[in-house]
Design a protein around this ligand. Structure first.
Ligand code: HEM
Length: 407
């Protein structure tokens, strides 16, 4: 259906470049399931967070100096002398944590409601690419203030590549641009930290194109069949997204204004010193589950492979879970194993925050085993063994006659 715009200038532009009609199509004609719950707001919030990170990052880059002799001081100058520099930095610093909170909820939502299943496999895999790029971007960003944790975190993690047989050492030298984490490393990390968010933006664009091919999944996990199953994105979901933006900003502002250093490590306020190793080198909280997997087994190469495998396995998730039913709501066994999987991720995070000693070793081994078993053993087995509950005939029916089909 072609739309006629009232404004002449809009009509003139749209005739030559149909951006307004595409926007109109996405907002008013694109059908969205009418039963989406609040968990479907997190993609939008993540997009907002990406924009906030890019804008604040560009302003920070105007005042930051990527040189080992000046980086730490330049950040302190941003905090003390640059007008509103402190707030820009606190937004960016805490924004990274907020971004990961939103994306982790977004991922768990997709896992519970089976949003990765056909026909949304590419949408899911693009999400995993985004997640991987976010990890790299956040890791190199943390190196830039050139504090103790920046320096030692970078040293420990880049050194992991040395575990690769034959070429490992050469790869590490190549990554560093020298024989230790030093000025060339800081320079290239800064260049990449500026570049990668734009790459993420590009992949998010593809993510949304893939999303709009079949539209959103929904809490029931069944396809839209009737006109009354869907509503337009605008104004129904724009207003719902606006509401959660408000809630999210209150949460975000608490950290920015009342507890800006809560999520960080105090050692990063000590300038990097290659001669003094901190007692415990810990990454930012959002890496802790992966850090626990890395240290779960005594072999360096094995740990590196397991940690890489923990992310890589997400790519093939659509093919590991073969159950024909998408939503966890109708999967009586799956929902318990999934709940355990989420708890297990927190347990891994807790182990990652503690030194790999005593009972933490055993717990992180069990938790790592469950992490992989969930994907490789439990999901494929459930696909065969589980008897799903009957699905409602349609989205609208489940809303108007809930007793007939649910429970
Ligand atoms: C910068 C990060 C990301 C942004 C901005 C983003 C954006 C979005 C948006 C706007 C939606 C539609 C709204 C919604 O369903 O919440 C969406 C859906 C989706 N995203 Fe993401 N996403 C990001 C990361 C990820 C990651 C890391 C994954 C998985 C590993 C992922 C998987 C999905 C899936 C499966 C859907 C479809 C959900 C459904 O229809 O049920 N996304 N994303």
């Amino acid at each position: 259906m072609s739309v006629v715009f009232k404004n002449r200038l809009v009509r003139w532009i749209d005739h030559r470049m149909p951006i307004f009609s595409s926007l109109h199509h996405e907002m008013y004609e694109y059908p969205v399931p009418r039963n989406l719950n609040y968990l479907w707001n997190f993609g939008f919030l993540a997009g907002l967070m990406l924009i906030i990170m890019i804008v604040t990052g560009i302003v920070l880059a105007m005042h930051y100096t990527p040189n080992t002799t000046m980086a730490f001081e330049s950040v302190e100058r941003i905090m003390r002398d640059v007008n509103y520099g402190w707030i820009i930095r606190y937004i960016h610093m805490n924004g990274a944590s907020m971004f990961f909170i939103l994306v982790y909820i977004h991922i768990f939502r997709g896992m519970y409601y089976g949003s990765y299943k056909a026909p949304r496999e590419i949408l899911w895999m693009l999400g995993v690419v985004i997640f991987f790029l976010m990890i790299v971007t956040a890791f190199i960003g943390y190196v830039l203030p050139w504090g103790q944790m920046s320096y030692w975190g970078a040293t420990v993690i880049t050194n992991l590549f040395s575990a690769i047989p034959w070429v490992g050492e050469d790869i590490v030298t190549w990554l560093w641009g020298g024989f230790s984490v030093d000025n060339p490393t800081l320079n290239r990390f800064f260049a990449l930290h500026y570049l990668l968010p734009f790459v993420i933006l590009g992949v998010v664009f593809l993510h949304v194109i893939a999303l709009h091919r079949f539209g959103s999944n929904n809490p029931l996990g069944i396809d839209m069949k009737r006109p009354q199953d869907s509503i337009s994105f605008h104004p129904y979901y724009t207003i719902k997204d606006a509401f959660t933006i408000g809630l999210f900003l209150i949460f975000f502002c608490y950290f920015i204004f009342f507890n800006p250093n809560y999520l960080g490590h105090p050692d990063n306020y000590i300038p990097a010193d290659p001669l003094v190793t901190p007692a415990h080198i810990v990454p930012e909280w959002y890496f802790l589950p992966f850090y626990a997997i890395l240290r779960a087994i005594p072999s360096k190469l094995g740990g590196v492979l397991l940690m890489g495998g923990a992310i890589a396995i997400l790519f093939v998730l659509p093919w590991l879970d073969r159950s024909p039913v998408r939503s966890g709501r109708f999967r009586p066994m799956f929902k318990w194993f999934f709940a355990l999987f989420v708890i297990n991720c927190f347990v891994l995070g807790y182990c990652g925050a503690n030194p790999p000693e005593g009972h933490f070793i055993l717990i992180s081994r069990i938790a790592t085993a469950y992490y992989f078993a969930y994907f490789i053993v439990i999901l494929p087995l459930l696909s065969v063994l589980e008897k799903p509950k009957p699905l409602p005939a349609s989205i609208s029916e489940s809303i108007y006659q809930p007793k007939n089909h649910l429970e």
